[in-house]
Design a protein around this ligand. Structure first.
Ligand SMILES: Cc1cc2nc3c(=O)[nH]c(=O)nc-3n(C[C@H](O)[C@H](O)[C@H](O)COP(=O)(O)OP(=O)(O)OC[C@H]3O[C@@H](n4cnc5c(N)ncnc54)[C@H](O)[C@@H]3O)c2cc1C
Length: 157
């Protein structure tokens, strides 16, 4: 694992055994059979452009809206998905959306983030229980069993 390493150039299949070679900014290089490119994202510009203060929503200019345990950002305004400070995944976004609709319709429900399953779209597909929820559970001193994942699944995620 290399941190803060900047890739300068990729030479496909140029390695000793036909692996891909990634040249790093410090002059070193690494070889690998698979290159996984992850695209980052930020919600701050989109949130800032919405002029949320007009709807009574506090937004500090960052990537997340503060919501309570019923996902309310303000009166009759809900935050779900990547724009709130929770695990960012399709499935959790669906769950949050469904929960917010239930709250809006008057159901006495709260969003429960005590265990958050996640599917990472790769080929092959490794399942995983999000480490975020494990850390949260530990902080709350709730006994939690670490999920059994294969060495390969841990490496891929
Ligand atoms: C590269 C990548 C890989 C990912 N892989 C996985 C994965 O393997 N598994 C997984 O579970 N999740 C994955 N995710 C995360 C998943 O895509 C997000 O968590 C999920 O899409 C969040 O849903 P959302 O509805 O909050 O936001 P989005 O899906 O981003 O939807 C927001 C929508 O709002 C629209 N919008 C923005 N501003 C405005 C505006 N001013 N007016 C109107 N519309 C606006 C956007 O165009 C967009 O359609 C991945 C994300 C990325 C970027």
């Amino acid at each position: 694992m290399r941190e803060n390493a900047r890739a300068r150039r990729i030479r496909p299949r140029a390695g000793t055994s036909g692996q891909h070679v990634v040249e790093l900014a410090d002059g070193s290089s690494i070889e690998g059979e698979v290159i996984e490119l992850n695209v980052g994202r930020t919600a701050a510009p989109a949130l800032s452009a919405l002029d949320l203060a007009k709807a009574g929503v506090n937004h500090d200019g960052g990537d997340w809206l503060a919501v309570d345990d019923r996902l309310r950002a303000a009166d009759r305004v809900y935050g779900v998905g990547d724009c709130i400070d929770r695990e960012m995944s399709t499935h959790l976004g669906h769950y949050e959306g469904e929960t917010a609709v239930k709250v809006a319709l008057g159901d006495d429900v709260r969003a429960d983030f005590s265990a958050v399953p996640r599917a990472v779209y790769t080929d092959p597909k490794p399942p995983r229980l999000a480490s975020w929820s494990i850390r949260q559970s530990r902080r709350a001193s709730t006994p939690t069993r670490r999920p059994r994942t294969s060495r390969r699944a841990r490496r891929v995620t």
